[in-house]
Design a protein around this ligand. Structure first.
Ligand code: ZN
Length: 448
């Protein structure tokens, strides 16, 4: 029996150059969703894997849409594999607002510029290059690593991760763990120490459409009550309605850990107790993102009724973006909303909802992330809940322990580029991300 040759050192300069080129090229493939058109990007990533002898496959769930998966084989058949997930689609960008054309993939000032460089093409490149670096170095892991890049995440993922989980679950039937966007490395306020934020759960969208009806007619002789007046009254009641405050475990833990590490307000050491004080509660809730962490939110976003000023339409509708804490029951929330509106003629339909689901804060993967944090950055790990949602819930539903954690340190100025303008990622941050990902896979894959 021949012994496997010892691992070769990784040429990080070469990996960094290659990752920079790849991300630049990837950004240049316009995958604005809608319509997404991720197939070209999926094919490019597949070719990249195939060139290095890593088997890869693409799917086309809808015309022009794309998904790609690749598998780096390990030597341990009995250990559950880990999925490195990312999405290829991006949100729209208005070139007029940007310093550089958003799909140029320009490399300047030590940064790679363009829509998707952070969300979520950069993380995809980190995952892909880490797998290539491990393969080339001849590092043998005791579990398989699966790369999965989907489309349609920015529109809810039905034609991306949702489709993949429904139609191709055999591709990842051996997977027990997953890493995705939703968390990362942050600097503490002293700007020296770092903390690894790992999201173990997310708020769940419950998107509703309210439709009010009333007699149609000409606005010169209006009836007392119309579809629009009914809808306005319903929305008014909803805007006055205060949903209950509830501090779930990961949120309590997050505030506690951050207060310990970063000398936060002492109340945050035990947030649930502190919020019983009405004065502190009000102060806390005045910050919108803090408010969103401790209660369900109900936000009207889309309104529509008559297209003409002098015409009373028969119906008026509002779309409401509700975001529920893990643990909130969507049926109960719908019932509460019905009661608050108190008008049976206002119809309520669900546009989007999926079951709230969390991953455990303790797992072998969390232990591996903790070890990476300690050894690489002398950092602590804090579990958290994100107030947005990602594709992780599709895999959590399949009992895959899924964490939002990309091992990259994005500063707050650059984080504003996500869904904003001038999105960019530092070449150094990208390279550090790949190094940490390799380390993490080596720790989790039993080599080290
Ligand atoms: Zn994203």
């Amino acid at each position: 029996m021949t012994q496997a040759p010892p691992p070769q050192p990784i040429n990080w300069d070469k990996v960094t150059q290659e990752a920079t080129d790849l991300l630049s090229k990837y950004v240049q493939i316009d995958t604005t969703n809608p319509p997404g058109n991720e197939l070209g990007a999926a094919r490019m990533l597949k070719e990249k894997f195939l060139t290095d002898g890593i088997p890869a496959t693409t799917w086309e769930p809808q015309h022009g849409r794309g998904i790609v998966a690749a598998r780096l084989r390990g030597i341990g058949k009995h250990n559950k594999s880990i999925i490195l997930l990312s999405h290829m689609d991006v949100v729209p960008a208005n070139p007029k607002e940007w310093e550089v054309p958003p799909f140029s993939g320009a490399v300047k000032d030590g940064k790679i510029w363009g829509r998707g460089s952070i969300d979520d093409k950069g993380p995809g490149v980190i995952e892909l290059m880490a797998m290539l670096a491990i393969k080339r170095a001849g590092i043998l892991l005791n579990r398989d690593v699966l790369f999965v890049a989907t489309g349609d995440e920015e529109e809810g993922g039905k034609n991306g991760a949702g489709w993949f989980v429904d139609h191709e679950s055999s591709v990842f039937s051996d997977a027990g763990y997953l890493i995705n966007e939703g968390g990362g490395i942050r600097a503490l306020s002293d700007n020296k120490r770092k903390v690894y934020v790992v999201s173990v759960t997310e708020k769940t969208p419950l998107w509703l459409k309210l439709t009010a009806s009333g007699p149609p007619g000409h606005a010169s002789d209006p009836p007392a009550e119309t579809a629009v007046t009914r809808l306005v009254r319903a929305l008014e009641k909803l805007s006055e309605y205060k949903t209950p405050v509830h501090v779930i475990g990961p949120v309590q833990d997050y505030y506690h850990t951050m207060a310990m590490l970063d000398h936060g307000p002492k109340q945050q050491l035990d947030l649930a107790a502190a919020l019983k004080d009405p004065a502190y509660l009000q102060k806390f809730l005045d910050d919108p993102s803090q408010n969103a962490r401790v209660r369900d939110t109900i936000t009207p976003t889309v309104l529509s009724a008559s297209q003409k000023t002098n015409v009373i339409s028969e119906t008026a509708s509002a779309e409401i973006d509700c975001r529920l804490l893990p643990g909130s029951d969507p049926k109960k929330v719908m019932n509460d909303i019905k009661k608050v509106i108190g008008d049976d003629t206002v119809k309520i339909d669900v546009i989007l909802n999926f079951p709230p689901i969390s991953s455990p804060s303790r797992s072998p993967l969390m232990t591996a992330i903790e070890r990476l944090a300690r050894e690489h950055d002398q950092a602590s790990v804090v579990p958290s809940m994100i107030i947005g949602f990602t594709d992780s819930h599709y895999f959590r539903q399949k009992k895959v322990v899924s964490y939002g954690f990309i091992p990259v340190d994005v500063n707050p100025a650059e984080a504003k580029g996500v869904h904003g303008i001038n999105e960019r990622i530092g070449v150094k941050e990208l390279a550090d991300g790949i190094q940490r990902m390799v380390e993490l896979l080596k720790i989790f894959g039993g080599q080290n």
